[in-house]
Design a protein around this ligand. Structure first.
Ligand code: NAD
Length: 464
């Protein structure tokens, strides 16, 4: 079966870039990306491709090449479902904020709504692809909804989790380490799986396309994120030990990373991991384990989150302690708000928690980030619910020029590893700050010796 028309429900950080890549590499396939968020779709359709709603290096160029040719963004979900041979579901699956499993389980309401809409609208057979990260065995629920509420058409369900990392989405999609496609072991299921293999085979070497059963594919995505986050929490745990023993976590990371069984990636100590996926997916894994009565498995993975929360709090506490145990009325500059460089995504960013802690201590917080808007920053803080929007706006200021952030500041904290921070004139920043000038490098981005030479009092995670 050859796929000629693809629909993707959800035009977010995953749906947007993945579908753009499919459109770019498969000119014979028409790709419709649909979303209920009108503003988001309008931004994807902005004449100027640099105004697309997510910041991702290389993406505007790719969108510019394909949009209007075989790539379309629209809010007409029903029409796109009707036309498609294959439908990707790429909607958000946040942690539940209510009811059973609150604070841990994945909220599948958006997934279920998609399934019901597909079932109601489809009048021809469709292949449904789970692109969102989902708890293991979600395909079972999808099948039940599709089969029981549909118009008697046949649905095949595949799991094709996405492994791209924000900030490097384009290169990750162009050269993926692997593409994973889980399918059902029926005749039709195998054909559907093969149809998706053929889509990716337009640019991904076949030996990088792995096929498994649906449950393995669903569980592999949660497992991959749990393992990655575990590395961060592991090195962060060691960073605290380094601080009290005069070991240097960078040196430890280099030494253990040289072991080919361990490998050098994801061993950078920091203020903690953020992003929309790690925490939510591990909590989900913990919840699933609990549901199956596997308490030890749940406890094991939960510790990764506990360590990360501890690391963020420890970093914020250390700012207060270093500034003579009080930051009340003191200006503190935060450089970076996104959860990592090269993305404007701020979900679960460590910066939100550090800022909240400092605001509780009545600090005067000033934030600069090259890609995040002031509205996003206030919305992130408001979401925590610690203070009202009016209070957040009066206590925290967002500036467009980093020099405005550091001017007369008692301390500067680097919370995102944006490359531009490395290029700053740190002597001039020092000159503009109050003395003693404290620098908290939460990403271990800068050359410590250089900063100390200028006169900064430097604090870096993981150094004695
Ligand atoms: N962000 C990442 O780096 C990443 C990586 C791999 C996997 N994932 C997974 O991919 C999924 C999507 O993540 P994201 O970051 O793209 O989320 P996102 O919030 O950026 O995008 C989801 C989009 O789905 C839309 N949507 C929700 N319900 C809808 C409906 N019924 N009909 C039409 N549109 C609807 C929302 O309006 C939103 O624009 C999640 O399950 C996530 O865990 C994310």
């Amino acid at each position: 079966m050859e796929i000629k028309n693809i629909c993707c429900i959800g035009a977010g950080y995953v749906g947007g870039p993945t579908m753009t890549m499919i459109a770019a590499k498969c000119p014979h396939i028409k790709v419709n990306v649909v979303d209920i968020n009108e503003n988001r779709i309008a931004a994807w359709n902005d004449e100027n491709a640099t105004h697309i709603p997510i910041y991702e290096p290389g993406l505007p160029e790719l969108v510019g090449q394909t949009r209007g040719k075989n790539l379309f963004f629209s809010t007409d979900v029903n029409a796109a479902i009707q036309e498609a041979d294959m439908i990707f579901i790429s909607v958000n699956t946040p942690t539940k904020t209510y009811g059973e499993g609150k604070g841990m389980a994945a909220d599948l309401k958006y997934i279920e709504l998609c399934a019901r809409q597909i079932a109601a609208v489809a009048t021809s057979d469709k292949i449904i692809v789970e692109k969102s990260t989902l708890p293991v065995r979600t395909a079972e629920a999808l099948r039940s909804i599709l089969d029981n509420t549909g118009n008697g058409v046949h649905f095949d369900i595949l799991s094709n989790p996405e492994f791209l990392a924000e900030g490097t989405a384009v290169t990750d999609l162009l050269n993926p380490d692997r593409v994973l496609i889980g399918g059902e072991h029926t005749e039709k299921g195998k054909k559907a799986q093969q149809a998706l293999v053929e889509v990716y085979a337009n640019w991904v070497p076949r030996e990088h396309i792995l096929t498994t059963n649906v449950w393995s594919a669903e569980l592999s995505k949660l497992t991959a994120n749990a393992f990655l986050a575990q590395r961060v929490s592991s090195i962060n745990a060691i960073s605290e030990l380094c601080e009290v023993t005069e070991a240097d976590v960078n040196e430890v990371a280099r030494a253990i990373g040289a072991d080919s069984r361990i490998g050098s990636k994801f061993l950078k100590a920091s203020v903690g991991f953020g992003g929309s996926c790690f925490q939510k997916d591990i909590l989900n894994l913990v919840y699933i384990s609990q549901t199956y009565g596997l308490q030890e498995v749940a406890d094991y993975w939960e510790q990764v989150i506990i360590m990360n929360d501890h690391q963020k709090r420890r970093f914020a506490k250390n700012i207060v302690k270093t500034l003579f145990n009080t930051v009340s009325g003191k200006k503190i500059a935060l450089l970076g708000w996104s959860f990592k460089k090269d993305t404007n995504d701020t979900r679960e960013s460590a910066a939100i928690y550090v800022a909240d802690y400092l605001l509780k201590e009545q600090a005067e917080v000033v934030v600069y980030d090259p890609k995040v808007t002031a509205e996003q920053i206030y919305s992130d803080l408001n979401y925590l619910g610690t203070r009202s929007d009016t209070e957040n706006r009066s206590l925290l200021t967002v500036v467009n020029d980093p020099m405005d952030a550091v001017k007369k500041a008692h301390a500067t904290a680097i919370l995102t590893e944006w490359d531009e921070f490395k290029k700053y004139d740190w002597q001039s920043i020092y000159d503009h700050m109050l003395k003693p000038a404290f620098l908290f490098d939460g990403r271990m981005l800068l050359d410590q010796e250089l900063l100390k030479g200028i006169g900064f009092e430097v604090y870096t995670t993981g150094k004695g």
